[in-house]
Design a protein. Structure first.
Length: 292
């Protein structure tokens, strides 16, 4: 097993987002995208000279590529199809979900069969009303998990036999057996607990070696876990609140990191918080899946 080598974190985009989330590398278009949930902005980065920014009329928690030159996104309690025409975004509602008033969609991912998975959370971060939804078909979601406040990161092992899910408030990453054909998850186990000094787990991704990378909110770090759930590496960051991670770049060996704004008691923002960072590594990620 090769030893991880990586560069120091560097700033990629100085966007000063309130809550940047949902990083995705589109290997077909060679573009990196993410959202600022609280400002209702979508960003698509081609290079430093070409960064497109779109304002949404509704909350958008994620922005995932679709196979038909469009995107799929989750908002407060809705799932949308998004298209971009003449530098404007157009949202078409696909389905609404009935959940508690203070709940909203949070993280989401597409599996290898092109199906949507999405977590929800209590916006007040009090009630254990969070859920994990699986959309076998877009108009018939199944509620698979519950009893947590903040549902977060979602990803799969390279062999597609393991499923990972984050419950932030519990400081836990769970692992399940996964059946690719029907999307069934079973045999829930705790994969890893985040030490209290490292904050809470947020978004995650799995690299091509099967190691799990998780952003640690209020922990100022990214943690890479071995396949057995033991910590392989802790990478310190210059900001307190990294929110999510994904691999991308020409060789799929660049780790992109989103973050959230943090302010002190005088309402002064932490330097560089809310910006996008990157780390060069000697390991590769896995190509993103497209919604069918």
């Amino acid at each position: 097993m090769k030893k991880l080598i990586h560069s120091k974190p560097k700033t990629l985009i100085k966007c000063k987002a309130l809550l940047a989330e949902g990083p995705v590398w589109n290997h077909r278009t060679k573009e990196f995208s993410f959202v600022d949930i609280l400002n209702q902005n979508i960003f698509i980065y081609k290079n430093k000279k070409r960064i497109r920014k779109f304002k949404s009329k509704q909350m958008i928690s994620n922005f995932l590529p679709s196979r038909n030159n469009s995107w799929i996104s989750c908002g407060k309690n809705k799932v949308f199809q998004i298209k971009i025409k003449k530098n404007k975004i157009f949202c078409k509602k696909l389905i609404s979900i009935k959940h508690k008033k203070n709940n909203r969609f949070n993280d989401a991912s597409i599996d290898s069969q092109g199906r949507l998975w999405a977590s929800t959370m209590d916006e007040h971060e009090v009630s254990k009303s969070g859920n994990l939804f699986f959309f076998q078909k877009i108009n018939s979601p199944k509620k698979l998990l519950g009893n947590f406040i903040i549902g977060n990161g979602i990803d799969w092992s390279p062999c597609k036999k393991r499923f990972y899910f984050v419950a932030s408030d519990k400081r836990k990453i769970y692992i399940f057996n996964y059946e690719m054909k029907d999307g069934k998850i079973s045999k829930k186990k705790i994969f890893a607990r985040i030490p209290s000094q490292n904050g809470k787990p947020d978004g995650l991704c799995v690299d091509s070696m099967g190691f799990v990378w998780v952003a640690c909110w209020d922990g100022s770090c990214i943690i890479r876990f071995k396949k057995n759930g033991k910590i392989d590496k802790i990478i310190k960051l210059p900001i307190s609140r990294p929110t999510s991670v994904c691999f991308g770049g020409k060789n799929l060996n660049t780790l992109f990191i989103t973050s959230a704004r943090k302010t002190n008691k005088f309402n002064q923002p932490e330097k560089d918080s809310g910006n996008i960072f990157f780390i060069k590594t000697n390991v590769k990620g896995i190509e993103t899946n497209f919604f069918k």
